[in-house]
Design a protein around this ligand. Structure first.
Ligand SMILES: O=CC(=O)O
Length: 316
């Protein structure tokens, strides 16, 4: 008689949505997966880990359907797509991508800043459309080196933005929930005050109830008419209709935006503005950073299943 197949001892992990194929292939040898949408009652009753790849909404209702759940492991840095109140009240642990995306996101923030101040994208369009030959040089733009840059959120990403811009000779100061004792930059307790003393405001903080729409008209008026807003955090940090109005009215001078309130929708008025540089929520994404996130996810899952401390827990 043939021996029964060996029991599959790989731990069960529920997926909030399908993973990138590279991710799924790398994890398949270690874990069994079940998709949240396809889970039958026994799987939902058994599962202790929900792996959230990308940024799908994870609601209290999703979490409520998983009675044995202990860990929500996210592949992103920001975890505003997960109902954290529900996690807190259930006593669930939440992990994120840690610092795996930080260098790429910081590089990109600096890229947006340079692109807006020096009109890199607009000059590119100018040359491609033949206007250099027809109309002469693109108008002068403003210098990057030496600008006063206010960073909102001096975490893994913001601190790297600060270091990069300090090397450009920029005067960096920052605003965050509390001063960072080891940071060599001035802390500014009020966002409006930071904006008033900055030529460029870079948003690299988490979206929470406290930070939602923190950049409102008042803050943009303080940033002023030559001022530039760079956002690699979340669209919800900014009052987006007000941002569009401020750009249209010249209340601020430009914006570099990687994130939006209702992605993938981008306010149509922005598309026609040459003082605005737009991208599709890709600051964090490089071939290398995806590999780094995979390592963090594996480290968190391994730690969880072997009872060791999690590698990148989010403070709830
Ligand atoms: O925006 C991307 C992330 O939070 O990882």
């Amino acid at each position: 008689m043939a021996a029964p197949p060996p029991a599959d001892e790989r731990p069960l992990v529920m997926l909030a949505q399908p993973l990138f194929p590279e991710f799924a292939a790398a994890l398949a040898g270690r874990y069994r997966f079940v998709l949240l949408a396809d889970a039958d009652a026994p799987a939902a009753a058994e599962v202790r880990v929900l792996l959230v790849g990308g940024l799908p909404l994870v609601t209290a209702q999703h979490l409520g359907a998983l009675p044995a759940l202990q860990l929500v492991a996210c592949t992103s840095v920001g975890v505003d797509h997960v109902d954290l109140d529900a996690c807190r009240s259930r006593g669930l642990s939440v992990t994120n991508a840690g610092a795996a995306f930080a260098a790429d996101s910081a590089d990109y923030a600096v890229g947006l800043l340079v692109a807006v101040l020096r009109r890199v994208a607009a000059a590119d369009t100018y040359v491609r459309s033949g206007r250099w030959t027809a109309d002469g040089d693109y108008p002068l733009t403003t210098k990057v080196s030496g600008k006063r840059v206010g960073i909102v959120g001096l975490g893994n990403i913001g601190s790297r933005v600060a270091r990069r811009l300090a090397a450009f000779g920029c005067a960096v100061s920052y605003h965050s929930r509390s001063p960072k004792p080891s940071a060599p930059y001035p802390f500014v307790p009020a966002l409006r005050e930071l904006a008033a003393g900055s030529d460029v405001l870079v948003l690299s903080c988490a979206l929470t109830d406290e930070t939602k729409h923190m950049v409102n008209r008042d803050v943009m008026e303080a940033l002023g008419k030559g001022g530039v807003l760079v956002n690699v955090g979340r669209g919800g940090l900014v009052d987006e209709p007000e941002l569009v109005r401020c750009l249209r009215e010249g209340v601020i001078g430009g914006a570099g935006l990687d994130v939006y309130q209702n992605e993938p929708a981008v306010p149509p008025e922005l598309l026609a503005m040459d003082n605005v540089v737009l991208s599709d929520h890709r600051a964090v994404l490089t071939t290398e950073s995806i590999g780094g996130v995979l390592e963090v996810v594996i480290a968190n899952l391994d730690a969880f299943f072997s009872g060791r401390p999690l590698v990148s827990p989010v403070q709830l």
